[in-house]
Design a protein around this ligand. Sequence first.
Ligand SMILES: [Ca+2]
Length: 63
Amino acid sequence: PVKLGHGWSTFKHVMASDFSGDGAADVLGVDDSGYLWYYPHSGTGLGAPVKLGHGWSTFKHVM
Ligand SMILES: [Ca+2]
């Protein structure tokens, strides 16, 4: 395992995959306010988060 960061305890959902198609796994997360965040991975670490949307707090599963 590789530690990518901390502070995820307030997130309701966290998932990783190469969403951008560049070969490095990125992270998507839904925070406790229902915001969906995208954390791009440059290959050396996670970049600044980008807010993708709101209203995801009512979803039981996000994948
Ligand atoms: Ca990627």
